[in-house]
Design a protein around this ligand. Sequence first.
Ligand SMILES: [Zn+2]
Length: 359
Amino acid sequence: MPKTPAPIAAIATAIAAATACAASNMPLDRVAGELALEEIENTTNIVTLADGTNTVVLHPGYRRMSLNGIAVWLNSPAEADFRKTSRLSGGDVTHLLKPILDGIRCGDATNIPPMRVFIDPGHGGEDAGAISTATGQNEKDVVLDISMRLGELLVDSGCEVAFSRTNDTFVTLAGRGDMAAKENADIFVSVHANTSSRGEARGIETYTLAFQGCDSTSGDARIAKKSWPANAFDAESSYLGFCIHSAVNTERGDADRGLRHARFQVLRQAPCPAILIECGFLSNSAENASLGSPRYRQRLAVAIANGIKAYRASARVAQSPPPAANPENAPAKKQDGNVGDIVAASTENTAAQAESQDK
Ligand SMILES: [Zn+2]
């Protein structure tokens, strides 16, 4: 009898419930219970939960934490009240950390389902994306090449693959989500490269859609109360994002900028679990040189493919509910609350971004 992947029930339950950041915060003992971890350290600055294989390290007052050594940003900061009882938002427990741990624990399924991957190389045509001021290297060219390599690797591993573009053409942001829906995509993977006014900024960032009611990871004070269609896939996107981010950072071995959360249009309108990966900074001379190298692009593509394979091996492909089934989840329109997210979503300390436009 084929082994049933464990996360299915957890993910299905998670989908049924609306994710809301404002959900009541859970005290640490309940968090540990939900995550099947034990509290092994609890000081003012650090709280560690573990089960012998997996380790969650929280920092009261901060959003950045780590799960098995990989940086993950909570949708809401870990809290510690005056009695030093740490708390986490219920949404982060049930839709971020639990799906990831469930996915890791279930291991490889023997009956791996088919999966249709929609690869979205960012920008294209008149939209060059980020441009290296030192060499003129364009983001649109770099991410197209990484994406084509990724597609080939995924086809070789038995996935079906569709693209938003396979050459230097312009595709609207809204069009990308529509294409993924038409292609019946099981997952949506958007590939970008980053830029910053700080030349030293470097590393990989992987984004999932911010939970309803939560700030993006920039710490922007503006809050988007709206639930976007893709918020229906928060739990699966969390696990997919972790699989990819973990695989890429394990391959690189440094400058882990974390699994983050934003409201980029392609994430809001994705018809399935979705992530956006920033493959490094064109504004950093070393990373710009690496991103210009076919060998490095292949390494990145292999790592992203490995992350997708890990997701596929331990989580059943989502049976996507039709977007906009709920009137509150009407087709995404631009609203004030998103602009700040978009502007500030790239990284902390990187105020002036060539990538400040939506994506
Ligand atoms: Zn971009």
